[in-house]
Design a protein around this ligand. Structure first.
Ligand code: SF4
Ligand code: SF4
Length: 77
């Protein structure tokens, strides 16, 4: 069974060049029903703090800059 504990393997990735959390955006954090997204206030960027996801997609759809990509597992597509 593959081990997916490393931080780069989480299903939701944030393009830090596009993320405008440093300007006060918290849209993805606000819309996530699982509260798994957070803002890193040191970097001023959003990130996935817990590796859980319902693949419900509002974070990706509502992000004003298109910074979020949700990697939907093949079996759920
Ligand atoms: S919604 Fe997009 S721009 Fe806003 S904090 Fe989240 S990733 Fe960054
Ligand atoms: S797809 Fe849904 S559960 Fe997963 S991070 Fe985005 S809003 Fe949260």
């Amino acid at each position: 069974m593959p081990i997916s504990s490393h931080i780069t393997s989480v299903p939701v990735s944030v393009d830090e060049d596009k993320c405008i959390a440093h300007k006060g955006c918290t849209v993805c954090v606000d819309v996530c029903p699982l509260d798994v997204l957070a803002i890193d206030f040191v970097k001023g960027k959003a990130y996935m703090q817990f590796d859980e996801c319902w693949y419900c997609m509002p974070c990706e759809k509502d992000c004003p800059t298109g910074a979020i990509h949700v990697d939907i597992p093949y079996l759920l597509r």
